[in-house]
Design a protein around this ligand. Structure first.
Ligand code: NDP
Length: 454
């Protein structure tokens, strides 16, 4: 007779904690999903019997490897590299590579788990993965970064492939690093194939990939507002981060008639009550990306602003907030401040920027709150389109891709409505966390059911 494990949520989470000691980020990501999935599967015997959620919370594999490289002074340096292949039930593993000193197995397992649901939500055939290293690109020369990327790829290449696993960029990995890694992949395998996304336009990249995550997060926000009969025109936005996602989210807010009041980095945030317009955003892009500068330098350039060292921007009064820097950057008390100051909507550009306390606070206040797995899926969606263009050996125009991105974001919004609480489709309160979790889960779970116990 089959043994059906009908543990409750607490029992399930106890097991996850026990099997993943010292991995708080991974446990947090599983908990956030499990809270919704347990209700959903309560009367659906097949998901219990087949232990679907338990299987999803166990990566297909975690590859861990040594990355040796030589710095400019001739010292041999040793870093850790990983690729977490979480789930390929609906397509090849897909997810970014992060280079940051905070990277460890827990962070990458949480990101690969989240990615599985996010990729399913896009409607494109992509499984979930994530990789990276504890290498810190800050303060390194371009040659050092190149040597590191080459060494990283010298191991990674044997685990990836256009139909196997297709990595992209993330924190610390932009077009330049993708170029170095693609060059090494090509050298080792003698294969020009769409094995990485975020490539340069001259060698297989897609238009609007760079902009897609930030733009997508704002399109999602716009969809949430429209569903309540409102627009972004004239609204004040508080944004954290000043990297790829943050600057492009800011750009799209400005294009849609909103005012951006803040940006930040790991040193603190700047508050510009006059608004951060396109010219100022361009300055930030150049300063942070090309000059590798600090956000605090903004105030010397634009004296209307103030800099707040070692602080996050959530105390600044606003209508909408977009956390676009990193995980757990917006805590329960920040959520309370935002609500008290009149914030009506939050759209996550980063992955898991709100801790569980903040998520519960937003949900209890019935705020319009979009989890990253829904709202920041625009980047991976255009990566999926880059894969299609590579397979077809063609490039779509900017207009075509802009439209596809908009359609994909509104498709994700619709999928969230389907499961986002009773009455969600009729203009009632939408629980976007629940909607995203269940819609993403169902697609992957049904594919897993079809494959049997593997
Ligand atoms: P970037 O490296 O371009 O920028 C990261 C930004 O976040 C920088 O401003 C950085 O500041 C800041 N930051 C990093 N760590 C911290 C910290 N501990 N406290 C405060 N600020 C911090 O990365 P992206 O913009 O690409 O990624 C940002 C987030 O978006 C990440 O969570 C990523 O996973 C997520 N994301 C990215 C996608 C993409 O397409 N790029 C796709 C989907 C999600 P500093 O310069 O000081 O380090």
């Amino acid at each position: 007779m089959a043994v059906t494990d009908h543990v409750d949520l607490n029992g399930f989470m106890e097991g996850v904690k026990k099997r993943n000691p010292h991995q708080p980020e991974f446990v947090q990501a599983v908990q956030e999903v499990a809270e919704d999935i347990f209700d959903f599967i309560e009367d659906k015997e097949q998901y219990h019997e087949q232990q679907i959620l338990r299987r999803m919370a166990e990566p297909d594999r975690v590859v861990s490897f040594r990355v040796c490289w030589e710095d400019d002074n001739g010292n041999i340096r040793v870093q850790r590299g990983w690729r977490v292949q979480n789930n390929n039930a609906i397509g090849p593993y897909k997810g970014g590579i992060r280079f940051h000193p905070s990277v460890n197995e827990s962070v990458l397992k949480f990101l690969a788990f989240e990615q599985t649901f996010k990729n399913a939500l896009t409607g494109l055939p992509m499984g979930g993965g994530k990789g990276g290293s504890n290498f810190n690109p800050k303060g390194k020369s371009v040659r050092e970064i190149m040597r590191f990327c080459q060494s990283f790829m010298t191991e990674l290449y044997r685990h990836i492939g256009a139909d196997v696993d297709v990595p992209a960029g993330d924190i610390g990995v932009g077009g330049r690093e993708i170029g170095f890694m693609f060059g090494q992949y090509k050298r080792i395998t003698n294969n020009f194939t769409g094995v990485l996304t975020g490539k340069g336009l001259e060698w297989g990249g897609s238009l609007i990939r760079t902009e897609a995550t930030g733009y997508g997060a704002v399109y999602f926000l716009e969809n949430m507002m429209k569903h309540q009969g409102r627009s972004l025109d004239g609204l004040r936005a508080v944004i954290s981060g000043s990297g790829n996602v943050a600057t492009h989210a800011a750009e799209k807010i400005v294009q849609l008639g909103g005012t951006v009041l803040t940006l930040s980095d790991s040193g603190g945030f700047i508050h510009d009550p006059d608004g951060i317009d396109q010219e100022k955003i361009d300055w930030v892009k150049t300063h942070k990306t090309h000059r590798r500068g600090r956000i605090e330098d903004y105030v010397a350039e634009f004296p209307s602003a103030t800099f707040h060292a070692d602080k996050t921007p959530w105390g600044v009064a606003c209508d909408v907030a977009l956390p676009c820097a990193t995980q757990n950057e917006l805590l329960g008390e920040d959520a309370k401040k935002l609500i008290a100051n009149g914030c009506i909507a939050v759209s996550e550009g980063a992955n898991m920027p709100c801790d569980l306390d903040a998520v519960h606070t937003f949900k209890d206040a019935r705020l319009l709150y979009a989890p990253g797995k829904a709202s920041n899926a625009g980047g991976v969606a255009v990566s999926g389109l880059e894969m299609s263009q590579n397979s077809l050996r063609k490039s779509w125009s900017e207009e075509e891709l802009q439209q596809m991105l908009k359609d994909i974001m509104s498709g994700i919004h619709d999928r969230c409505l389907t499961y986002g609480d009773k009455g969600a489709k009729k203009g009632g309160y939408v629980d976007y966390v629940k909607g995203a979790n269940i819609a993403g889960f169902k697609k992957v779970a049904d594919a897993m059911l079809a494959f049997g116990v593997v």
